[in-house]
Design a binder for this molecule. Structure first.
Ligand code: NAX
Length: 332
């Protein structure tokens, strides 16, 4: 039998944590033959609630779950972890501006970066979910200089999955028969859901989604807006932000990163930019990637038209602004 993999979930007493922990324990993230040990971190004010989550995970008797560490001590939580899913953070409350959220979250990510650097397994792979996800990941990178940048990513897979589902609904095909959408940029309202290379499998084989939809206005406007606005639509309906879909997307992200993407298929991940597609290096930007043997690589050679260029650049500029804002929070 395989050795257990230690997986850290921060913010484990929160909504996403509550949906994510059982998915991991059931083998959704790493497969049905991979035992796991969960490290659950949250903060002191919700320590009781965290205990409750731990009790429920025990009661579920998951065959793959070999241990649970539930703690409010960040150093203890990071000890020996192979995978870290960073969900915890200060939420954006009504009336708060992005700057205020940043002020709360930058110091949290700075502290967690040091804890991971000192205590995590040397090859630890990190997925940042907490918002602002791209910038939190960048802060983490900044304060954990010994962790390879390739190991630090952020979640845009939820946006990617929403994009696949929108197309599947529009074309009335199964979602598994749609692939190669792209989310470029920031996990924010400037993200660019690009369907130019999307493919759907139909009775007559693989076809370009743009051709199948045969409505450029839908692809260039309605689709982009509906993917961007889906999060807000969920908040309106549930009075809470996406949780089960975010947890599921986090599992997909780590799963594909470690197990690999299928041949001819790519996924979207927020990764450290190497300057591909003219995107400023040294920011965490969402690109189309393929994964093999635990390593992601940015898909190369896609032609970018003027319409896409402008949208990709807008999101890049927003990220560079966010980055300076984050640094200004640190210096205060
Ligand atoms: P909740 O507020 O339900 O849970 C957050 C949890 O984090 C709480 O239990 C809180 O006590 C804990 N926490 C706060 N500070 C902490 C610290 N220093 N260390 C450890 N834990 C800490 O939020 P939830 O709905 O679960 O969302 C979590 C984060 O995911 C938010 O930042 C949210 O904006 C972000 N999201 C990101 C998405 C993405 O696609 N990247 C989509 C879903 C979600 O909106």
């Amino acid at each position: 039998p395989k050795d257990a993999v230690r997986i850290l979930v921060t913010g484990a007493a929160g909504q996403i944590g509550y949906a994510l922990a059982p998915m991991i324990a059931r083998g959704i993230m790493l497969g049905p033959d991979q035992p796991v040990i969960l490290h659950l971190l949250d903060i002191q004010p919700v320590a009781e609630s965290l205990k409750g989550v731990r009790m429920e995970l025990i009661d579920a008797a998951f065959p793959l779950l070999q241990g649970i560490l539930a703690t409010t001590d960040v150093n203890e939580a990071c000890k020996g972890v192979n995978i870290a899913v960073m969900v915890g953070g200060f939420p954006c409350k009504e009336g708060m501006e992005r700057r205020d959220v940043m002020h709360k979250n930058v110091p949290i990510f700075k502290a967690q970066a040091s804890a991971l650097e000192q205590h995590a397994a040397p090859d630890c792979k990190i997925l940042v979910v907490a918002n602002p996800a791209n910038t939190n990941a960048l802060i983490l990178k900044e304060f954990a200089p010994s962790i390879p940048v390739k190991n630090i990513t952020c979640l845009t897979r939820l946006d990617h999955n929403r994009a696949l589902s929108h197309i599947s609904e529009r074309l009335n095909v199964d979602v598994r028969d749609v692939k190669n959408v792209i989310i470029w940029g920031n996990h924010s309202s400037t993200q660019y859901p690009d369907a130019n290379y999307a493919i759907a499998t139909t009775d007559i084989g693989e076809k370009s989604v743009r051709e199948l939809v045969a409505d450029d206005h839908w692809i260039d406007y309605e689709y982009i807006n509906s993917v961007r606005e889906r999060g807000a639509e969920i908040i309106k309906a549930r009075k809470l932000s996406s949780a089960l879909s975010a947890a599921s997307a986090a599992c997909d992200h780590v799963h594909d990163w470690i197990i690999g993407t299928a041949k001819g298929t790519w996924v979207s991940m927020g990764v450290y930019s190497d300057g591909s597609y003219g995107i400023q290096p040294d920011i965490i930007y969402s690109f189309p990637v393929t994964c093999q043997k635990g390593e992601w690589s940015i898909v190369q050679g896609l032609k970018i038209n003027e319409f896409s260029r402008e949208k990709m650049d807008t999101s890049m500029k927003e990220l560079t602004r966010e980055e300076s804002l984050a640094y200004s929070c640190l210096n205060q």
